[in-house]
Design a protein around this ligand. Structure first.
Ligand SMILES: Nc1ncnc2c1ncn2[C@@H]1O[C@H](COP(=O)(O)OP(=O)(O)O)[C@@H](O)[C@H]1O
Ligand SMILES: [Mg+2]
Length: 264
């Protein structure tokens, strides 16, 4: 059985100084823990899908960047499996809102890139990358360049690239935020499927209430800036989930509740 992952965020605060020299407090006092879930009876680690939900500008990306090790907190600690995070690491893979493929590399090479950095031989990394491309429905694009892909396809590549290196934790910053409504829904369905197979620990940031309810096991509701935790919501829906879940009464009620809670 794999070790259950645990991320601990304790008393974290962060301010930025504007170019004019004023300090802006972004994160006030943030505390949360992500702990992998275990399938009852079997003891199998099934990861956890954890969502940070809050209004635009409240500090969600800042929190994610601190977990990624790209930004250091002013106060408090963030630790992964008991070890303080003090920089980026292979144990955390990140998917951004903006498309981040290397434009000069084929889709296959993009997906295999992290494995190349790890020193894996060409044949082996291409085999893994091809399997992932097949899984995300892009096997026909293996030799194409990212410029040929739609926004949704680019994010599939980003997800495949992150899965390739099998990080302990996947960090996703509004990965579907730039997509049109239809594609966004397709990508949510796609992510539910992929996540069901890989059972990773995911920390996913969004300001979209419906998205958070469809995807999450738990939602951390954040206040406007300077942000802190308003509430933690355990999402009661069984898995596997289908997007049709959105049309149920229970879903609408929770949606309504969160809307009031966030107040936007
Ligand atoms: N490097 C930075 N320097 C100054 N201000 C920043 C910096 N990064 C973020 N901010 C400010 O912090 C606030 C929260 O930003 P962000 O974490 O991106 O929010 P969210 O992702 O929830 O929309 C915003 O007001 C933003 O302008
Ligand atoms: Mg953001």
């Amino acid at each position: 059985m794999a070790e259950r992952l645990k991320l601990q965020v304790t008393g974290v605060a962060k301010s930025f100084t504007t170019p004019q020299g004023t300090a802006v407090e972004v994160v006030k006092d943030l505390n949360f823990t992500i702990e992998d879930l275990v399938k009852p009876g079997t003891g199998q680690d099934i990861g956890e899908f954890f969502v940070l939900l809050g209004p635009s500008g409240c500090g969600k990306s800042t929190v994610l960047r601190m977990v990624a090790g790209l930004v250091a907190p002013d106060r408090g600690t963030i630790s992964l499996d008991g070890v303080a995070i003090d920089g980026p690491g292979r144990d955390r893979g990140m998917v951004f809102q903006a498309y981040t493929s290397f434009e000069w590399m084929s889709v296959l090479d993009n997906v295999a890139y992290g494995l190349k950095l790890q020193g894996m031989a060409l044949a082996q990394r291409n085999k893994i990358a091809r399997a992932l491309l097949e899984e995300v429905g892009l096997e026909a694009f293996a030799d194409a360049y990212p410029a040929k892909l739609s926004g949704g396809q680019k994010q599939r590549v980003a997800i495949a690239r992150t899965l390739a290196v099998n990080p302990k934790m996947i960090l996703m910053d509004e990965p579907f935020g730039a997509l049109d409504a239809q594609t966004r829904m397709e990508m949510q369905r796609f992510l539910l499927e992929v996540w069901g197979r890989h059972a990773n620990t995911v920390l996913f940031v969004t300001h979209d209430i419906g998205e958070s309810l469809l995807l999450a096991d738990r939602i951390l509701v954040m206040s406007p800036r300077p942000t802190t935790v308003l509430e933690e919501v355990r999402v009661p829906f069984a898995r596997p989930r289908e997007p049709q879940l959105r049309h149920t009464k229970e879903f609408s009620q929770l949606e309504e509740y969160l809307l009031q809670r966030i107040g936007n």
